[in-house]
Design a protein around this ligand. Structure first.
Ligand SMILES: NC(=O)c1ccc[n+]([C@@H]2O[C@H](COP(=O)([O-])OP(=O)(O)OC[C@H]3O[C@@H](n4cnc5c(N)ncnc54)[C@H](OP(=O)(O)O)[C@@H]3O)[C@@H](O)[C@H]2O)c1
Length: 285
């Protein structure tokens, strides 16, 4: 039997690039996608990787990508919908064009790719889909409402698909990474013309989020999500600030959790929050 194959989107950097290497090291074939021609060499030297061009904003290309990916190694066993970017800033300063583009990449492109691979997995009666959401889908962070709404849509879509596809042995899971040191923050698309009234609180909030974890741990969680054989679990977390969330939510309940998180986001974290919620561990590089 030929080696198993995973398709990973957005592999030019960050979690996607690390996941390519994680799967290749374990003997998997990888269909890796990049958005720019200049990145097509990103995985040169790794024999079991085919790197293809895909801008996930192109829905026609997404919908055709299942068959295109299948043709690379003759089989597909898993899909990791990782491509995404971060649009930040108060909503009132965010343009509707920014809102649409955030959803085009993080949600509509991801939905089109789910649609492209579901029939393949349904017919072969096996397959794992990992949709990358975020811890921002789990509670209210200020100045990221557009991004977090897109990631909440991904989490909710995933729950629906999990319920819809389990009878065909197709397992759909959502990954909620905590704060990690990747290039995403150097590419943040900030809302233009932010009213000055926001700036003191925004600046304070930004100072709370400067420590970021090593992204390699998230690639390991992606690998585990595909291989653990757990057909019941939908939501997975990565990074210390992510892994603690289900536990802390369970302890505090939804409303108290939200109150404590909101206080933390105003730099007024309670001793209880500081005890329960670990901070990210700084990545060494
Ligand atoms: N880092 C974190 O703390 C964090 C936390 C929670 C969730 N996430 C999510 O994790 C995923 C990976 O992000 P990352 O942190 O690894 O950031 P990253 O290093 O910026 O990687 C994002 C990847 O997505 C690609 N991408 C962006 N827009 C695309 C498009 N329209 N079509 C195809 N590819 C596109 C990027 O390509 P280019 O190089 O061409 O831009 C890049 O390869 C994202 O969905 C992000 O929202 C990250």
């Amino acid at each position: 039997m030929s080696a198993q194959t995973v398709v990973i989107t957005g592999t030019s950097s960050g979690f996607g690039g690390l996941a390519v290497r994680r799967f290749a090291r374990a003997g998997w074939n990888v269909v890796a996608t990049v958005r720019k021609e200049s990145e097509l060499q990103a995985h040169d030297g790794i024999e079991s990787v085919r790197t293809l061009l895909l801008d996930v904003d192109d829905e026609a290309a997404d919908l055709a990508f299942g068959e295109r990916a299948l043709a690379q190694f003759g089989r597909v066993d898993a899909l990791i919908n990782n491509a995404g970017y971060f649009q930040a800033g108060p909503l009132e300063a965010t343009t509707m064009d920014q809102v649409r583009r955030q959803f085009q990449t993080n949600v509509f492109g991801l939905i089109a790719l789910n649609k492209a691979f579901i029939p393949i997995f349904r017919k072969q009666r096996s397959g794992v889909i990992v949709n990358v959401s975020s811890i921002s889908a789990d509670g209210g962070f200020p100045y990221t409402s557009n991004y977090q709404a897109s990631k909440a849509a991904v989490a909710s879509l995933t729950e629906g698909l999990h319920a819809e596809l389990a009878e065909f042995d197709v397992i759909v899971k959502a990954l909620h990474p905590g704060n990690h040191m990747t290039k995403i923050f150097s590419k943040t698309e900030v809302a233009p013309e932010i009213p000055a009234e926001y700036l003191p609180s925004m600046t304070l909030f930004n100072t709370l989020n400067t420590v970021r974890s090593d992204p390699a741990g998230t690639a390991d969680v992606m690998f585990q999500m595909v291989l653990d054989g757990n057909t019941k679990k939908v939501h997975y977390y990565s990074g210390p600030d992510g892994e603690a969330i289900p536990r802390v939510k369970q302890l505090l309940g939804q409303d108290w959790y939200f109150e404590e998180l909101s206080a933390r986001n105003r730099a007024e974290a309670s001793p209880l929050w500081n005890t329960l919620m670990p901070a990210p561990v700084a990545a060494s590089d």
